[in-house]
Design a protein around this ligand. Structure first.
Ligand code: WTA
Length: 626
């Protein structure tokens, strides 16, 4: 805990923020002034009346009365400057095909597709579901939807039919954008077949637009399915399209994430506050300069992709890198070869990816000149000091500070994070970002002593925070704001401690959320998936620490009367979870049990299962019934 890494002098000298303490203090004393200053750097059709409207807590509004469409900032304003000809996107497909697009070209594609969507009758306020591999059209689709004032719901391409259908249904989407497939580990993922099955189950869906990526045979239904390239060649796909004027508080997207119940919730984010928050954090945390080549290796299907692959970087006029496939395909040097080839300066990924590549040994990165790198980033789960040190020394050559950023789908952007000037402790996300006050507290909301573990809370409203849960405002209040309602604090669902120097150490989830390879899943989702199997009576899922994935899922299953467990059934159950949610949710271990530990009120005590599985003391079990 005493290991301290000071930033190299050249980084400090050129940093966008030179004095963290002073600016942090300002952001605490005058948060509205601080955020107004940042907002003024963006383009608005009409200025706001009020920076923060807190008249209906916890449903905070930011920049109320202001008019801004995020596309005005992510694309339009760059066209008026030299950045028009700057590269916006460098994309590499897994087979090695490369595409690049300037801001000018990106605008052209987005405008054309925006016109296609309009011709399909897509209206302001409507939610368009996007289910795609990591190809440029995914980004183009998101931006085109935003441009016309509609909202997107991107569903991760690794999700199954059931998961996709549930999300289309919840959003009541009429239009789905997908692709025939994508390339992953040298194989084709068959997205269109999954989409076809999902559409069967989605009564609201009328139109499916399909991008041709792999070219394999797929079923297209007449009058419902259209090829993207056919539509883009029609006269309706004019390259001229005015960006729709939207209110700062108009819905930009919903993004589904797992929580404590079986049903994923759609967190809502809006144009104005989200644009301000993602661009500010991206610029300060990653010290973004015009000459940077930024690579966020996250999938756009998750919040990191939304905020730091797409919106934050494009608003900052950055050149971003995007890669379709697996990090180790065809060999474990794939990522490092791309860092060298494209001269990447700042790279942002997850501890799981780092640990996974570390396993293959130093010889793979050592084959490449990685000296273009200036800064590194980590997100999604706690990074263990061993992986941190490897990332720092082998990838960063010992002189690239690591920005270990803690945040959530709910917060829209970084909450606890170093800046490039911050002395680093491996494994700590260090200090709160500007405008963010955090605390580590006990059950009653009392601050715990330095170094002690407690519950992480956020005490201040921020512009990037979710505006609620789609279709379920009560659940938003209930889930996040009820526990400390008297104080107005947000419950993060993580445990953490703050050391003597004020550095925050996030330990992990304390609710029913599991982080597997940085992906967010719910125990309830996995359990609901298992009980769809006719032989299963009851199930409980827990997270067990895993060397590479951070956590692995273990499930305890009670079978129906008269069913005897065997190896084949075990595999069948794993497949069931894969089919219901997606391959990432498949449990590592299926354990058949006679009974489950429960409280008197019938709640499964997962804590007891986990302690027992890990050979630890099961703790207080006075409430245990069975
Ligand atoms: C975890 C991902 C430790 C945490 C952006 C949080 C982290 C959850 C970190 C949100 C980090 C994210 N250190 N834990 N740097 N970043 N987490 O919504 O448990 O997919 O609550 O957002 O990821 O996951 P989500």
């Amino acid at each position: 805990m005493n290991e301290l890494y000071h930033p190299p002098r050249h980084i400090v000298r050129n940093a966008n923020v030179k004095d963290y303490e002073a600016l942090y203090q300002r952001s605490m004393e005058d948060p509205e002034g601080f955020w107004a200053d940042e907002a003024k750097k963006l383009k608005w059709t009409r200025k706001w009346n009020k920076v923060l409207d807190d008249s209906n807590k916890p449903f905070y509004k930011w920049f109320a009365g202001g008019k801004m469409n995020i596309i005005q900032n992510a694309i339009d304003r760059h066209l008026e400057t030299w950045r028009r000809n700057k590269l916006a996107i460098i994309w590499e497909g897994e087979p090695g095909d490369v595409r690049t697009m300037s801001y000018h070209a990106l605008n052209r594609e987005v405008s054309k597709f925006a016109n296609v969507l309009k011709a399909m009758g897509v209206k302001k306020g409507e939610i368009v579901t996007i289910y795609m591999p990591q190809i440029p059209e995914l980004v183009i689709a998101m931006l085109a939807v935003a441009k016309i004032g509609a909202a997107h719901s991107v569903v991760y391409g690794g999700f199954s039919t059931e998961a996709l259908a549930a999300r289309i249904d919840d959003a009541k989407s009429r239009v789905l954008l997908t692709a025939d497939g994508g390339f992953r580990r040298g194989k084709i993922t068959d997205l269109k077949s999954i989409a076809n099955d999902a559409i069967q189950r989605s009564p609201t869906l009328e139109v499916c637009i399909c991008v041709k990526r792999t070219g394999h045979d797929v079923y297209m239904e007449n009058d419902r399915d259209f090829w993207y390239h056919d539509l883009m060649n029609l006269p309706i796909a004019s390259p001229n399209c005015a960006t729709e004027v939207t209110d700062a508080e108009d819905l930009l997207f919903i993004l589904y994430t797992s929580g404590t119940t079986g049903k994923p919730k759609g967190l809502m984010h809006t144009h104005g506050g989200y644009a301000v928050y993602t661009s500010t954090t991206h610029k300060y945390v990653f010290d973004i300069k015009d000459e940077d080549r930024w690579w966020c290796a996250a999938d756009p299907g998750w919040v990191t992709g939304h905020s730091y692959l797409v919106y934050g970087p494009l608003i900052n006029g950055t050149t971003l890198m995007m890669y379709e496939g697996a990090p180790n395909h065809p060999y474990p040097n794939r990522w490092w070869s791309m860092v060298e080839k494209y001269g990447i300066t700042v790279m942002y990924t997850s501890p799981t990816a780092i640990r996974g590549l570390m396993r293959f040994g130093d010889q793979w990165p050592k084959r490449h000149d990685l000296s273009s790198l200036r800064l590194l980033g980590s997100v999604g789960e706690p990074i263990n000091p061993e992986a941190w040190r490897w990332y720092h020394s082998v990838i960063g050559g010992g002189n690239c500070p690591i920005m270990d950023t803690w945040w959530q789908t709910e917060t829209g952007g970084h909450m606890i994070t170093p800046l490039p000037i911050t002395p680093l402790k491996p494994g700590s996300a260090t200090k709160p970002f500007f405008g963010v006050a955090v605390g580590v507290v006990d059950e009653n909301g009392a601050e715990v002593a330095a170094g002690e573990e407690g519950k992480l809370v956020i005490k201040t409203p921020t512009p990037g925070m979710a505006r609620g849960i789609w279709g379920d405002p009560d659940r938003y209040v209930e889930t996040y704001w009820k526990d400390y309602a008297d104080k107005g604090w947000y419950k993060a669902g993580d445990s953490a401690r703050i050391d003597e120097d004020g550095y925050v150490w996030v330990i992990g989830r304390i609710d029913d959320v599991i982080k597997v390879s940085g992906y967010r899943l719910g125990t309830a989702e996995v359990e609901s998936a298992l009980v769809t199997h006719p032989k299963v009576a009851e199930a409980a899922a827990i997270a067990i620490p895993h060397e590479v994935k951070g956590n692995a899922i273990h499930v305890y299953v009670i079978l129906r009367q008269g069913i005897t467990p065997d190896k084949a059934l075990e595999e069948e159950l794993r497949e069931t979870v894969g089919r219901e949610i997606g391959p990432i949710a498949k449990p590592d271990k299926v354990i058949f049990a006679e009974s489950l530990p429960k409280t008197r009120s019938g709640k499964i005590m997962r804590r007891v299962l986990k302690a027992r599985a890990m050979g630890q003391d099961v703790g207080d079990i006075s409430t245990l019934e069975e």
